[in-house]
Design a binder for this molecule. Sequence first.
Ligand SMILES: [Zn+2]
Length: 270
Amino acid sequence: MVVTPRYAAPVPEVLEVESYRELAERVVGSRIRAAEADRYAAARLVAPRAFAQAAVGRRVVGTGRRGKLLWLETDGVRLGLRFGMTGVLLLDGEAGIEGLFYGPHGYRDEWVRASLTLDDGRRLILHDPRRLGRVEIDPSLEGLGPDVIGLSRADFDAALAVRGEGPAVKARLLDQSMVAGIGNLLADEMLFRAGIDPRTPVGRLDVARRARLYRALGQTIRTLRRRGGSHTGDHMMARHPDGRCPRDGTSLAVATVGGRTTYWCPTHQR
Ligand SMILES: [Zn+2]
């Protein structure tokens, strides 16, 4: 039986990867008996077999995550997992747990890009139709800011600190070196909740608006985790060309901000 993570959105953002990490916690204490990665998943390694060479015989002693990078801590190396646009982590062979994999893309054996077989027969699987998921050995955390889940006010303020006007606030939120884990949907949702125009230069946000954005960030994380993932935001249903703001009925504006398609309400986001 394949055990699915708590939720799997069409595109994995930090909330989905955190649910993958919770799933991976189930294999802590097990030893890795076999490991495989195809040439896509192993694209960052010297060769696909390097994954098995690093992993086999190791015991999983913990899990970790920073932004969208997940890793298994072992008694030797750290095994990193990245999920690209369509990757999901699955756990196969666990008896007594309900839930087949009904993710957004369905399951196919040919989409298994990498796997770890544990000494008890269970199998942890990187399933990824689009082939952008990657395995890594001792992945670097360089260039990753503090994680968005549980981000402190001090770290948030540091991430927004600029000289002069700085970039658009949306671009700054997406900058993984400032805060790790804010993807496109989370950024739009927190700006929607905070009532801030995503194009506003960071340096123009006054104290009150920074406080509002920090509160909205925490609310967004908590609410969307409860609802089931990064695609469950309040403005989500209106993310299309004819979309209207669920608060005030205004037609949403759409533009590329920070390199990503951005929807916002010109009435209550200023
Ligand atoms: Zn509005």
